[in-house]
Design a protein around this ligand. Sequence first.
Ligand SMILES: [Zn+2]
Length: 216
Amino acid sequence: MKILLMGPPGAGKGSQAQRLIDEYDLAHISTGEMFRESYQRGETLGIEAMRYIKNGNLVSDDITNEIVRKRLFEDGDTKNVLLDGYPRTVKQAQALDHMLDKMNSKLTAVVNIVVDEEVILERMVGRRVCKDCGQTYHTTFKPPKVEGVCDICGGELYQRQDDKPESVRNRLNIYESKTKPIIDYYKGRGVLVNINGMQSFEAVYRDIVKAVGELS
Ligand SMILES: [Zn+2]
């Protein structure tokens, strides 16, 4: 089973990914993590990747593909994987197809968690974080007992720059324009499933499992 999980910031992708990994014992292919690991091992690829990241750039397709290729071919536990944050471009998607082809394998499903912009805004704009202990709250879904004050340590709650409406809108626009070509690519390959992300965590998870089951 090979699943690619996609979804905009605020769609709850991270917690769904974790649940799928635990339940199906999937190897987690996250390029961000692989770049860091490779860097820590002192590998040339990792060092080059870190150079891009430190300069605030996306790591090149070639380096990214190579690091994924190594992981897919050289590690023993890649029969069942969950891809997260890769592919990020159509070129990477094509490279991935090519690698999987060589392994006589293919993506089982590309799961795209869909959430309306207004819902994401509501989720993210209401977030508050404690300045002292880092505990997170939400003005509607998880309010503190006293407004603006952390339940745990009494610290002051604040809104992160990233969670301000204009910043969230900006991130959503970037996500949308970057991922649209990839989504179109997979739609053409018949492996794309859109999942309604505006439901409870359990309902979203159930829909993912059902969709993946139908494509397996
Ligand atoms: Zn606190």
